[in-house]
Every structure is written in structure tokens, then in C-alpha cells.
Unconditional design. Sequence first.
Length: 179
Amino acid sequence: MSYSSGAVRLRALEEEDVDPIVGHLAGEASWGMRGIRHDRHGPMSRAEIRAQVEGWPKRELGQVLAIEADGALVGFVEAEWDWDALSPSLWVFVVPEVRRRGYGRIAARLVLDRLFTETPAVTVQAWVDEPLEESLHFAAAMGFSAAGRVRRAGIRDGRYFDAIPLQLLRATWEAPRAG
């Protein structure tokens, strides 16, 4: 099963996708933005990252899809509902070299549309660590709004940083479609 819009296609993650994804997640440009459990702003071994990637959610708990653009793997998107099907979470990762080309936006829209049309979701959650302004702008452009702040969520470069939980309510997602 795949979902597509223009040149962007979401498809099931295949075994041959794992090594390229691990390689991108290991790169310095991805530190702190990997979308894996126990991520940190700093180096992680390929073996540590691979163990995380291979443990991605099972189908009944969520789904990770490869993002393809013009036939090339450019990232992944994860939707996870294991904690609460009414409030799934969303994570989008686009390879640093091809960011700001709209691939993440299209992938996120495809998954959000699916979550709000095919599941009982009433809100979709996401998290951004400060000071990632580009991630906050991306989330706002998708319709997400801040739902609080976790102070001193971690330490990066010798300073505390805050984590910002974000939410997109079904009503917000439906509003532009109502007219």
C-alpha cells in the first residue's frame, strides 16, 4: 500500500531502506532530530541507531513509511498510536540534503489526512525541542499549535533546552475542508 501526491510517495519501509536511513540518522546534521527513542544531541553509533530503527512500531501500534521523491528515498514519516488511538503522534524526518523542498510537508499532509479520515483520532501530537525554529515553523504551517512546555527537558551544548508538545485538533484539520 502506498500514498502519493505529485512527486512524493509514501510506501512501506523495506529492509534495503534501513542502512541508508541509519546512515542519515548518524550524520551530525540529524543530531537531536532523529525521531528515535533515546535520541540525543550528539553522536550515536550506527549499531545503536540500527537497533532503534529495527524496533520501530509494529503495525498494530503504529506505522513508519518511507518517503520517496522522484524514485529516491528522502526520509521517513512515523505515525504511532500505541499509547492512545484518539491521540496518535507524528514524526517526519527528511534527509538534510533535500530539506526545504516540500517533501516533509507533503508526507505529513498525507499521513494527517489518513489519521483523521481512517482512525478515531481527535488530535495528533508532535514534539519539538527548542531552539529548532525551523521545526516549529514547519509544525505551525501544518496547523499544529503549542500545547504546553516541558522545561529543562535536556541539556545541549552545556545549556538546558525545553521540549514543546504540539497538537493538531481534528476541528482545526477539518476547518479548511468544510468550505
